[in-house]
Design a protein around this ligand. Structure first.
Ligand SMILES: [Zn+2]
Length: 104
């Protein structure tokens, strides 16, 4: 619905992740097809809080990963490569240049 923040970003799993399915929501991939799904969801949750929350911090707050995701990431070795981005239309892995061979 136009003008509404992406409320589905609030529906995280029990482990605190939004899950890969969130990237397949048309709205989530509109202009950020290679986004980190959890960070994207955090930004979208923040949009919801800005719209509806009455107890934001005085500085306005900031997008925040769920506690579980933040904790899991802090344990993750920094050298681990990011999950390859996939095309939101074809669900195939994108090349290193971020191009989908089927879209081309
Ligand atoms: Zn494609």
């Amino acid at each position: 619905m136009a003008g509404e923040p992406p409320l589905t970003s609030l529906c995280v799993h029990q482990d605190g992740t939004i899950g890969d399915g969130y990237l397949q929501a048309p709205r989530a991939v509109a202009d950020t097809p290679d986004a980190d799904v959890e960070e994207l969801a955090a930004e979208h949750r923040f949009l919801c809080y800005q719209r509806y929350a009455t107890d934001l911090p005085a500085d306005g707050g900031a997008p925040t990963l769920t506690a579980q995701v933040a904790q899991a990431r802090s344990r993750r070795p920094p050298s681990e490569p990011a999950r390859p981005a996939t095309c939101p239309i074809h669900y195939v892995e994108l090349s290193a240049t971020g191009v989908c061979s089927d879209c081309d």
